[in-house]
Design a binder for this molecule. Structure first.
Ligand code: ADE
Ligand code: ZN
Length: 348
């Protein structure tokens, strides 16, 4: 195909994709923070970080080479800049703009309280801010958001259980479940069985990052021991045929975040080598997400267009992937049906 024709196809697809009802199901609240907001916090709270003297330095700092480096900056720069519960309210303007710019109508957003609690912030007050934030997102930006509290694998079982106990002691409608993010190398899934069992018994949804920074055995442990409903990333599953068959048969969604994986470089350093297409071709239920869009300078629309422009997925496959994101969300079936029906009017 002539280059001009491909560019025209990409433009047409971008328009269609933008107009579709989209859901994003793997998105970290603190990873949505804009450089403007972090810069505002740095100045307001009189903070000093090595190598950050201008707003532009913030995104440059996130030019990381692996997950451990990323998490270090995430905890010690991004999260550390929020010095009060009220500081968290600043995130919702960034979130609203992000959702609007991508026409995302529903998002499930991770919130990781561990560092904030260690800094002395109060969980109940943080929940008040998050609840108010969800209301603002609905009223001002016409999108629905729910939270998954990332109990964290970085700080051990006791910390994760104590986070779950806080979730249970302060139940608020926007919080629908728990997630397990942080250091996959230092916090094996098996360590958190009791946390996941208790969360499930209490009626919470459970999801977990796995196969982002560790091999397929980490994904196996997550499905076998944690019984997580969805897997965050899960891309190392591509190395294990049996696992791909199992994930496909059980229809367990993988929340794939291509650009994020290119930054952390565990299983792909260039988009052409990313396992997402092979997983898709093996009938694994992949969904597409952005993870920490602001820190990785990406967005949900950018992820779809990246996959199209590099000819990893066709237009038809991307339209199917948009539906997969809707189906994998923790939304009532009637709501999913409505979103998909509205989309079919646009694509037909
Ligand atoms: N927290 C924020 N982003 C994360 C990621 N990509 N993996 C694990 N924990 C995270
Ligand atoms: Zn993540």
């Amino acid at each position: 195909m002539a280059y001009e024709d491909f560019v025209k196809q990409a433009d047409d697809l971008q328009n269609i994709l933008f107009n579709l009802n989209k859901t994003e199901i793997h998105l970290h609240l603190e990873g949505l923070v804009s450089p403007d907001t972090i810069w505002e916090l740095i100045q307001k709270n009189n903070l000093h970080y090595d190598g950050i003297t201008t707003k532009e330095d913030i995104v440059c700092k996130f030019n990381i080479k692996n997950l451990e480096q990323f998490l270090d900056l995430y905890i010690n720069i991004i999260q550390s800049s929020f010095k009060s519960e009220a500081d968290l309210a600043l995130l919702f303007k960034d979130m609203g703009s992000y959702l609007q710019e991508n026409h995302i109508v529903y998002a499930e957003v991770f919130f990781a309280p561990s560092k904030f609690l260690k800094m002395g912030l109060d969980y109940g007050l943080m929940m008040d801010i998050l609840t108010e934030g969800a209301k603002i997102i609905q009223e001002t930006y016409h999108a629905e958001i729910k939270f998954l509290v990332d109990v964290s694998r970085t700080f051990g079982l006791e910390n994760a259980m104590s986070n779950l106990d806080l979730v249970l002691a302060h139940r608020v409608p926007p919080v629908i479940g728990i997630g397990l993010g942080g250091s996959e190398q230092n916090g094996p899934a098996k360590d958190f069985v009791t946390v996941f069992d208790k969360a499930r018994a209490e009626g919470l949804h459970t999801v977990a990052h796995a196969g982002e920074d560790m091999g397929p055995e980490s994904v196996w442990d997550t499905v076998n021991y944690l019984h997580a409903e969805r897997i965050g990333h899960g891309i190392s599953s591509v190395l294990d045929e049996k696992l791909m068959d199992y994930l496909a048969e059980k229809r367990i969604p993988l929340e794939v975040c291509p650009t994020s994986n290119l930054f952390t470089q565990a299983y792909a350093s260039v988009i052409e080598d990313h396992p997402v297409k092979k997983l898709f071709d093996k009938h694994v239920n992949v969904t597409i997400n952005s993870d920490d869009p602001s820190l990785f300078s990406t967005s949900l629309m950018n992820e779809y267009m990246l996959l199209f422009k590099h000819q990893i997925f066709t237009k038809e496959e991307l339209l199917l992937l948009v539906e997969r994101n809707i189906d994998a969300a923790f939304l009532p079936e009637e709501k999913k049906k409505k979103l998909k029906e509205e989309n079919r009017i646009i694509t037909s």
